[in-house]
Design a protein around this ligand. Structure first.
Ligand code: NAD
Length: 485
């Protein structure tokens, strides 16, 4: 069955779809079949100019509105997204290949949560009164101005909303560039925000490859850049933003540890390892891809894991029973396959998976390696695919040091029934988000972001407000002002 997901136009600017076919064509491919389902064009300089000019013009009035007024629009958009969850989830499945079983609960729904949360928070954003004897000062919490959002391809709707919601709540405008691999759903977010009453120009979407992202970052009229992507891209974007002393949020990659102690509940630990490695076919930044399993539980863990992985329902992503989909692209499939080959050549033991599935599209069986050692490539580099590396350990102190022996620091998890050990591990992990007897929860109420190479800044929760606003201090003298001469 072929699908047609062609949008009205490639971009969304100043409240309406916009097109310029002079831009480089980008084919949109349904990963489950390899079929081309749409074509968009990368932004030309003329498109970028329209996007920047309209956003800057619109931002002035938007910042002058009350927080309650801004928030009402965001909450209305959240309601529209929830009402259209089915269609948005189908589109997200077409764009990413992720099973509808996932997209129908994790993508548009998470975007709606962010719009609702920051919509509610908009009216609460205030400065502070600071008494200074008879004089006083106050702070104003002001927007940054025009923010650029640059997205990855694994959670296109969620990423667009996680960036747009706090940015707009604080009175900024945003230009969002989706990943060239998944350009479709951000256009829907823009349409919905407009329908909810967002004034034209405040959320513009421009398509394109890395060069379009780079052009946005370099534009002196952009005040802040929020990137979700890989560490190499993060380095480039952070450096380019530094030229203009721009604010940044960097949500980057990881190679997170998941530590399972002998006393863990076996079924929950296996669930954690499955959720932290195979959800979205392993294409999740926070995945716990280094699974350290203590000596006593390891044999039972591996056999139960293999049993449960064999129960994955691999098939048509639109079928609500399907629980495991394809990788996002041919390129990603090749990258992941090359890591599997490295794992085998470096001596890891293949427990299950390891090869492509013979069907059209970009399918790879969920793969587990045991007997992985810390120096192996598959234990050091981010794979971003359904490849779990199981490592052994005997002592808590040893495993904490090994868990932290990475340049990344996005997430970490521990499974144990020992309460004090769980909190000791969470305190010791060098990671922005830690999980105790769970993995990969990302509710909007909780700050999300990385330590070390995994990023700068936080998304979600009140913490995100700090990254989309700035404080101005105003000093007020009540009496006469004296000077020495
Ligand atoms: P990527 O770094 O290749 O691309 C990310 C985005 O940056 C894309 O939109 C791309 O077009 C753009 N880009 C590329 N070069 C650029 C440049 N020089 N200037 C400006 N923009 C540029 O990442 P990807 O392959 O799309 O996504 C996978 C990566 O994203 C993984 O490393 C994953 O861990 C990470 N990720 C992190 C999070 C998080 O929240 N921490 C979430 C999802 C994905």
């Amino acid at each position: 069955m072929t699908h047609n997901a062609q949008p009205t136009a490639s971009h969304f600017i100043d409240g309406a779809p916009a097109e310029d076919t002079a831009g480089a064509p980008i084919d949109v491919i349904y990963p489950a079949t390899g079929d081309i389902i749409a074509r968009v064009h990368g932004a030309t300089p003329a498109i970028l100019e329209r996007a920047v000019a309209s956003a800057r013009a619109a931002q002035v009035d938007w910042a002058a509105r009350s927080g309650a007024e801004r928030g009402r629009i965001l909450r209305r958009a959240a309601d529209l997204i929830r009402a259209r969850n089915h269609d948005l989830s189908v589109l997200e499945t077409l764009d990413t290949g992720k099973p509808y079983q996932e997209t129908s609960v994790a993508d548009a729904a998470s975007g709606a949560d962010a719009l609702e949360y920051f919509g509610g928070m908009a009216a609460t954003l205030t400065g502070q009164h600071i008494p200074l004897g008879e004089d006083w000062a106050y702070t104003r919490r002001e927007p940054l101005g025009l923010c650029a959002g640059i997205g990855a391809w694994n959670y296109p709707t969620q990423i667009a909303c996680w960036k747009a919601a706090p940015a707009l709540a604080c009175g900024n405008a945003m230009i969002f560039k989706p990943s060239e691999t998944t350009p479709l759903s951000a256009l829907k977010v823009a349409e919905i925000l407009t329908e909810a009453g967002l004034p034209a120009g405040l959320f513009n979407v421009v398509q394109g490859m890395g060069d379009v992202g780079a052009a946005l970052v370099a534009d002196p009229r952009i005040d802040k850049v929020s990137l979700t992507g890989s560490v190499p891209t993060g380095r480039k974007v952070y450096a380019a933003a530094a030229e203009g002393m721009k604010h940044v949020t960097m949500e980057l990659g990881g190679k997170s540890p998941l530590v399972i102690f002998d006393d863990a509940d076996l079924e929950s630990a296996v669930s954690g390892a499955i959720l932290g490695n195979f959800y979205s076919s392993g294409q999740v930044c926070s995945n716990g891809t280094r699974v350290f399993v203590q000596d006593g539980i390891r044999p039972a863990f591996l056999s139960r894991l293999a049993e449960r992985v064999s129960q994955a329902v691999i098939g048509d992503p639109m079928d609500p029973d399907t629980s495991f989909g394809p990788l996002v692209s041919a390129r990603q499939l090749e990258i992941v396959e090359s890591y599997i080959a490295r794992g085998q050549s470096e001596g890891a033991r293949l427990i299950c998976g390891g090869s492509r599935l013979s069907r059209p599209g970009y399918w790879l069986a969920p793969t587990v390696f045991a007997d992985v050692t810390d120096d192996m490539t598959i234990a050091r580099e981010e794979i971003f695919g359904p490849v779990m590396a199981v490592l052994g350990f005997s002592e808590e102190s040893e495993v904490l040091a090994r868990a932290n022996a990475t340049a990344f620091g996005l997430s970490a998890g521990v499974f144990t029934r020992d309460l004090t050990r769980a909190h000791r591990m969470a305190a010791g992990f060098q990671a922005g988000t830690c999980f105790i007897n769970s993995y990969n929860d990302a509710p909007v109420e909780v700050p999300f972001g990385g330590m070390k190479l995994s990023g700068v800044g936080r998304e979600n929760a009140a913490a995100a407000i700090e990254h989309y606003s700035q404080l101005k201090s105003v000093f007020v003298r009540m009496g006469a002002l004296e000077a020495p001469y």
